[in-house]
Design a protein around this ligand. Structure first.
Ligand code: DPP
Ligand code: ZN
Length: 876
């Protein structure tokens, strides 16, 4: 199948200034009448035919300027419509009537049914499953949408833009008309029809425009939409205050649906959400759920400017809207919560998801140059690394020029389908800087690696820092160019404060940032009589892997004293990682585990340091995951030894500090009414993290059981259950807790997802069988993406010892699920299959089994493009 290449981009030969759509909704036969006004774009051949995209469409009728078209005037296949000789004037109206079957649409792309309602998902190429169209993001059109449906089945009729008209059609049917005055690409089209409850609010924009807000959920779930509404109002205000962006329609609606491939979708004026990212209350949602809701509500809302008002020229530019919008939602969360804690959490996510992608067979640049299936490029690289690149632009320019650049971007490109070059240019113009070398961050794949040594000369009062950069080869890119890497740093004196130096030579050093541009820099900091500790890549200013030759005493010192909390976390985590890598090696060699006493002591000191934010302590004490450690080890991994090492360190920290930890745990006991705010969530996080340690000590099982039983919110309850199930698997307490949870939440699918995930994550060889058995549980559904991800997805990506069972049973389970899903829901199946992407880094026996599983999938006949693309790239 076909490969799409960036260099093949050509502007569309036609524009569609107006699109008038009428939907006659029926679950088994929906008729779509599209009346499209076409204009030939002036710079093309006047005799070129008009070719429209389709996907599984059935054409009923075609009219040109009102006249029925004869069969010889066009060709229509399920995936393509061609008007052979468009009128010479170049301006004409084409009316196309198609029939589609929402009830049989299991791909969750186009128009489909979820929970008895109609909904749509059109990004990236789902609109062509609704009608024939120029389904590409650089064709912008003003949409008027008329929806007709049975009143009893669909009292609610929504689309993009503002409501203009509604009425009765007789025969129990009614209609509504929506008009969106902002030209938009087809991927932002949305329609929802059904019977839903609503929560309403109002927002007055900074210029005084009133906006009606609505969040639509299944009846009876309205009281779980309050937090999402609050997050929406805060997002709207924040975008005004921080980016000067005002909302632009009379209404803003959000609809929560239970069958959704992504987190949510930013359709103009009508966001459609996975209900997991709307519904929350203390009884059913964890603090993590609340934080995710806040972030995703903000993300989709922010797309109104970065994505909708300014969209992408083509799908290669996906990061133009996604990386930038992730950057904006990260900033929002940092402002709403604790900046340091958010940064640590974001970096953990980046390293857990983007680094393995960048270091494996699926590596691609933030702006890819080729794809076979665009659905497979909604990746951590495009999103998370894309956000890091924007963040680096701000680091290089400083906040004022960055804001000027953003203002210019909005002013210059409003209404455009833009490119990464457009984006970079505005920052070059406002700052007068040359960002051409920096732009490699968009064009070149792979995680740059930085090696650093430093040497202090007391006689000269000089600190000499040698820094070398390299970018490892990635698939299709063997030779790499040198990057412009902004490394934030500090030279930390004995009191923990940064010391000042007289001058720095050997690289551009400005505002606490070293700008690496060459392969090797030797930087001389002068005026330093005492040797400072080097704190490097502060705040993770550049997404690189850093090898810093540093004295252990400096690492311990920075972990205790660096004035930058992120750096303290980083220094501690580095010490822990090194210990865990060493522990894995010992475990592999069947040697006893040994841990440095100063590290155990440090962990206890952080846990009990009341001057540190609780959330920070919790994040620091939740040690790198087994997958993190495996990634650091890099090759020939035996996940069982990694597991043994990590468990061993948790136990050693608990043993060394247990007497200090228990009082802290007790002092954090839940008091007063629940609040999802960051400080309260931080206290719960710390208490729950401490429980995980204390659970390994005598009496720990009973403590965890009491924690679970007395929990008054889902955060504590799920944490208690998880500690019981993971640290005391198979015990009566664990089994009873699982049963109690099921009895209480059996009819709440989102809560049951936690139950599935906790069981899927039970370490050890027998979990494969448990996961297989759970696929037959009545609360499970192999058709619902949330269920599949909760059970099979978390098993494959989060359970190192279970998934990598030496006999390959974990890989086979994943392959079976992927094969079962690959036609029904190709997008979801392909996403699941990426869990095998790091197969070459495990030890040879497991590698062989993983390869078998991949080949087993590859051998399936009629493999969907999505899955074939992932499997073939993974095997290549
Ligand atoms: N819905 C996805 C997102 O907002 C794709 N646009 O990131
Ligand atoms: Zn997005």
């Amino acid at each position: 199948n076909r490969v799409f290449r960036l260099e093949d981009y050509r502007p569309s030969p036609f524009r569609i200034p107006e699109s008038h759509l009428t939907f006659e909704l029926e679950p088994d036969a929906t008729v779509v009448r599209a009346k499209l006004l076409f204009e030939r774009a002036d710079d093309t051949r006047a005799d070129a035919p008009l070719v429209l995209d389709g996907d599984e469409l059935e054409l009923i009728e075609a009219r040109l300027d009102g006249a029925l078209l004869g069969a010889d005037a066009f060709t229509a296949a399920p995936d393509r419509f061609e008007l052979k000789a468009p009128p010479a004037s170049g301006r004409f109206t084409l009316e196309l009537v198609t029939r589609i079957v929402p009830s049989r649409n299991t791909t969750l792309m186009g128009l489909y049914r979820s929970g008895g309602n109609y909904c749509t998902q059109c990004e990236a190429e789902g609109f062509r499953r609704i009608t024939y169209y120029l389904d590409r993001p650089d064709v912008l059109s003003v949409y008027t949408v008329r929806i007709e449906a049975k009143k009893s089945e669909a009292p609610l009729l929504l689309s993009n833009g503002n409501p203009v008209e509604n009425g009765d059609l007789g025969g129990g049917r009614h209609y509504a008309v929506w008009h969106d005055p902002f030209p938009k690409p087809s991927y932002l089209f949305a329609l929802v029809a059904g019977d839903l409850g609503v929560v309403r609010d109002r927002f007055t924009t900074m210029s005084g425009r009133p906006v009606e807000l609505g969040i639509y959920v299944e009846h009876g779930k309205e009281n779980r939409a309050g937090y999402a509404m609050d997050a929406l109002r805060r997002s709207m205000r924040w975008d005004e205050e921080v980016f000067g962006r005002e909302y632009d329609l009379d209404v803003f609606n959000i609809v929560a649906v239970s069958d959704f491939n992504m987190g949510a979708m930013e359709n103009k004026g009508l966001n459609i959400f996975n209900d997991k990212y709307v519904l929350a209350d203390e009884e059913t949602a964890t603090d993590t759920d609340f934080a995710n809701i806040e972030a995703i509500i903000a993300h989709e809302y922010f797309h109104n400017w970065t994505g909708n008002r300014i969209t992408c020229r083509d799908w290669f530019q996906l990061c133009l809207k996604e990386g930038l919008t992730v950057y904006r939602d990260h900033e929002f969360s940092a402002d709403q919560r604790s900046r340091a804690v958010e940064r640590i959490a974001d970096v953990r996510t980046l390293r857990a998801h983007q680094f393995p992608e960048d270091q494996g067979p699926l590596a691609h640049p933030v702006r890819p140059r080729r794809y076979r299936e665009i659905n497979n490029f909604y990746t951590a690289t495009v999103y998370e690394k894309g956000s890091e690149v924007v963040r680096m632009i701000r680091t290089i320019l400083g906040p004022d020029d960055f804001r000027l650049g953003m203002d210019l971007y909005f002013a210059r490109h409003d209404g455009d389908a833009a490119t990464i070059e457009d984006f970079i240019t505005v920052f070059e113009e406002v700052s007068g800087r040359d960002l051409s070398q920096f732009a490699l961050w968009y064009h070149q794949a792979g995680t740059p690696s930085i090696a650093v040594t430093s040497n202090h000369d007391p006689k000269r009062g000089e600190l000499v820092v040698e820094i070398e950069q390299s970018v490892p080869p990635t698939p299709g890119e063997t030779r790499k160019r040198l990057m412009h890497i902004p490394l934030a740093f500090g030279l930390v004196g004995t009191d923990g404060r940064d010391v000042t130096y007289r001058s720095a030579e050997g690289a551009t050093v400005e505002n606490g940032v070293i700008h690496l541009r060459k392969r090797r820099h030797v930087i001389r900091f002068s005026g330093l009589n005492e040797r400072p500790a080097l704190s490097l890549n502060r705040g993770f200013s550049a997404p690189v892997t850093l090898t810093l030759e540093q004295k252990r005493e400096d690492q311990l010192f920075l972990a205790r004293n660096d004035s930058d909390p992120f750096s303290r976390w980083q220094a501690f985590t580095k010490l822990v990682s090194d210990a865990l890598i060493d522990g894995s090696r010992r475990s592999r060699g069947q040697k006893p585990l040994e841990w440095p006493a100063d590290l155990l002591q440090l962990a206890g000191d952080i846990a009990t340091d009341g001057k540190l934010e609780a959330a920070f302590r919790a994040l620091t004490l939740s040690l790198p995951s087994e997958a993190d450690i495996a990634r650091e080890i890099g090759s020939n991994i035996d996940p069982d030894t990694v597991h043994a090492a990590r468990n061993g360190l948790v136990f050693a920290i608990a043993q060394a500090n247990g007497e200090r930890l228990a009082p802290v745990y007790d002092s954090l006991a839940d008091m007063g009414p629940f609040s999802p705010d960051a400080a309260s969530a931080g206290r719960r996080a710390l208490r729950n993290t401490l429980l995980d340690y204390l659970a390994t000590l005598p009496g720990g099982k009973e403590r965890a059981a009491a924690h679970f039983t007395s929990a008054s919110n889902m955060t504590d309850r799920a944490a208690g259950l998880s500690v019981l199930a993971h640290r005391h698997s198979g015990t009566e307490q664990a089994e009873q807790a699982l049963e109690a949870f099921e009895a209480r939440f059996g009819d709440n699918p989102l809560a049951m997802d936690k139950w599935f995930t906790i069981q899927a994550m039970v370490p050890g060889a027998s979990t494969v069988d448990r996961v297989r058995a759970l696929t037959a549980h009545p609360a499970y559904s192999g058709n619902n993406p949330n269920r599949v991800r909760a059970l099979v997805g978390s098993f494959a990506s989060g359970n190192q010892t279970g998934f990598h069972r030496p006999d390959g049973a974990g890989y086979r389970l994943l392959a079976d699920v992927v094969i079962d899903l690959q036609q029904k829901n190709p997008q979801l199946a392909a996403r699941l299959a990426t869990a095998l992407r790091s197969w070459r880094s495990v030890e040879p026996q497991r590698q062989a089994k993983a390869r078998e599983a991949l080949l087993h999938i590859a051998a399936v006949e009629n493999l969907s493009t999505d899955v074939r693309d992932i499997v073939e790239r993974t095997l290549a």
